[in-house]
Design a protein around this ligand. Structure first.
Ligand code: AMP
Length: 113
């Protein structure tokens, strides 16, 4: 369930004193350390899955989306925000514990780079 040396497992287990924005039974959210927008947070499951491709619990994905809604609301994005799940190195994934980016507070461009 917990992967040794996974930074997001450590955050979820409260080993790093990270301040949580929202928390549910099986997820937490917190601010991204290198924000790409005025609002940039991450929602992660407490259980380790390396990427979206590993998740077989579709209800968990729904709860992560609920966590994204709550996180956006708490950080005051209003109705305008973006959620992103980078999956695989080629798509920009750099931390291999699935996470949902919540970005807001500015106008977003499309398509993303
Ligand atoms: P991705 O590139 O989609 O895998 O996103 C990983 C995100 O995790 C990046 O936006 C990083 O800035 C962020 N990140 C990495 N380490 C930490 C950390 N210790 N606390 C908060 N955010 C982090």
């Amino acid at each position: 369930m917990v992967q040794k040396d996974c930074i997001f497992c450590k955050i979820a287990n409260r080993e790093l004193n990270t301040e949580f924005i929202a928390e549910g039974e099986d997820y937490v959210s917190f601010k991204d350390i290198s924000p790409q927008a005025p609002v940039h947070a991450l929602v992660i499951p407490k259980r380790h899955y390396s990427s979206l491709n590993e998740v077989d619990d579709m209800e968990l994905l729904g709860r992560l989306m609920k966590g994204a809604q709550k996180t956006a609301e708490k950080l005051g994005t209003g109705d305008n925000y973006r959620v992103v799940i980078n999956t695989g190195e080629g798509a920009g994934q750099s931390v291999f514990h699935i996470h949902v980016h919540v970005l807001g507070g500015r106008v977003m461009q499309w398509p993303p780079g």
